[in-house]
Structure formats: C-alpha cells, structure tokens
Design a binder for this molecule. Structure first.
Ligand code: SF4
Length: 284
C-alpha cells in the first residue's frame, strides 16, 4: 500500500451493519416489498416502517397462500426433522397427566415432578383413589396446583368409571374429562395415539402462527380452525411439535432471535428484532 494511505476503518456508528444479510442457509424470497433492515437488538416497535399496513392491504401478498405455507413447512422440516413432545411419559395416562400439569408451567418443570409422581401412584386407579387435597403436595411446584389436582383426580375417576381404566382415543370422549380441552386432547391423540384430529395450539403455536400471519385470531380454538384449513392434515401433529420447538429455541415471546432464524425472510412479524423484509404491524 502506498505510504500515506490509511485503510478504511469500520464506521463507529456501525453503519456497516447494513451489509448484513440473511443466514446463508436461507434462500432469498422474491422481493415483494421494500427491504428494511433492522439491526439486532434494536427495539422492534420503533423499527416498524411507518408505511407498514395491516395484512389485508399489503398489495400482492397473501400470507396464507399455499406456496408460502408449503415453504414454511419445508423450512420447519429442515430445522426440526424428528421432534416430538418433550413431556416424559410411558403411557397415554402419564401423557394426559403431564399435559394437564404443563398448563402455565414449563415442560422441564413438569418433567422434574412426574417421575416421582408416577412412582408413587403407578396406575390410573391409584390416582382415582385419591382426593385432590392428597395430590396437591406432589404437584405443587407446577403451579395452579389446586385446580390441577382437581382435574387429574377427576379425570382418573372418570376414566376408571366410564372408560374401563383406559384413556379413550376419541376426541369427543377425551373432552368429557375434567380439565381436558382441545389442546390437551390433541396432545394425547397426536403424540400417543398418532391420530390427527386437530392442531395443538399452545402458547408457542399461538404466538408464532400470528407472527407468521397464518392466523389473525387470538383465541386458540379459532387459531386451530385457521391452521387446520391451511396445513395438510398429515402435517398437523408434526407442525405443532416443530413450532413449539421453534418457540423454545429461537422465536421467544420477548426478543426472538430473528438473526438466527431460517424463516426470517418469510416472516413479517411486527415485533421482529432483525429483518430483511418489510414488517407488518399487525403480525404479532
Ligand atoms: S424471524 Fe423472528 S419472529 Fe419471525 S419466526 Fe423467526 S424468530 Fe420468530
């Protein structure tokens, strides 16, 4: 280099960050809207383009178009090919109990409690012989333990009385059990019985489906209906598991790790922390 010429230094303002691109593994999608890079760590709220419009008015863009949904499913498959339910269980009954206990708790927390619980009460009949008050100390650490005790003991009593001690593999029958709504029923049917009767909509599926604009609903049963319309039935079970894993690994409720996300250039979520595509204010 000739004397007196100083090599160019990175700008102190960090403006060179504009050169950042999506992860190499992610194929760019055809440019459909203005590109608006947002630096990692910046607050998403302030990063949303003023021109961002509600879903319906984004011209030429249909978030639930089959090609887009197919691409999302493909990338989820690449990211999480073999995932399943993270709740430890050895029978339909154990999975049912673990799923009831997982409400407002984490799978890790539930998995800490259930091994000892099932050692102490090995069968559904053992649970049916308890009062809710007797069960409370064993599940206290999962939170909401009074309601959960009532649900678990109530479900055990009904299974023993009405279903010959066997967890039914029928959604209508499952929904008659205390403490069992569609989410729990779908977990048991999909994971244990391998029956796709619906899509599990937990907090991760709810959040990520909205971010990916697969639904505009807030209510889990309505989200489930939307997802069932656009996702092929043979993918219902795996889709839920994959999205739940994605929510745990990257797409956190607060500060999702968009810079590391293979879905990034398909995602227009209004609360992204980094983006190569336009962000849609309502998509969150
Ligand atoms: S880009 Fe961000 S908000 Fe969108 S799915 Fe990925 S982690 Fe979630």
């Amino acid at each position: 280099m000739p004397r007196g010429i100083i090599p160019r230094q990175p700008a102190r303002t960090g403006r060179q960050d504009k050169l950042r691109t999506a992860p190499a593994s992610v194929k760019p999608v055809p440019k459909q809207t203005k590109v608006g890079n947002v630096r990692p760590g910046s607050r998403a709220k302030t990063s949303v383009s003023k021109s961002a419009k509600p879903l319906k008015s984004v011209k030429g863009y249909t978030p639930t178009a089959p090609e887009r949904v197919t691409e999302i499913l493909k990338r989820l498959n690449d990211l999480y090919p073999d995932v399943t339910c993270a709740l430890t269980h050895a029978s339909a009954w154990e999975l049912l109990v673990a799923t009831i206990l997982s409400a407002q708790s984490t799978d890790v927390n539930v998995n800490r409690v259930t091994p000892e619980l099932f050692r102490k009460y090995p069968t559904v009949q053992d649970f049916a012989a308890l009062t809710p008050q007797q069960l409370e100390p064993d599940i206290r650490s999962t939170g909401f333990f009074r309601n959960k005790s009532k649900s678990v003991v109530g479900a055990a009593k009904k299974i023993v009385a009405d279903f010959d001690g066997q967890v039914p593999d029928d959604i209508d029958k499952l929904l008659t059990l205390p403490g069992v709504a569609r989410k729990t029923a779908n977990v048991v049917l999909g994971t244990w019985f391998k029956k796709a009767e619906g899509v599990v909509v937990d907090t991760h599926v709810q959040r990520i489906s909205r971010r990916l604009e697969l639904t505009t609903q807030n209510d889990p049963p309505k989200i489930e209906q939307d997802l069932m319309k656009i996702i092929p039935r043979e993918r219902w079970i795996l889709f839920s598991h994959q999205v739940i894993w994605h929510g745990r690994r990257l797409c956190f409720a607060r500060k999702p790790k968009c810079v590391d996300c293979a879905l990034e250039n398909l995602c227009h979520a209004g609360d992204k922390t980094w983006s190569t595509v336009d962000m849609h204010r309502n998509a969150k």
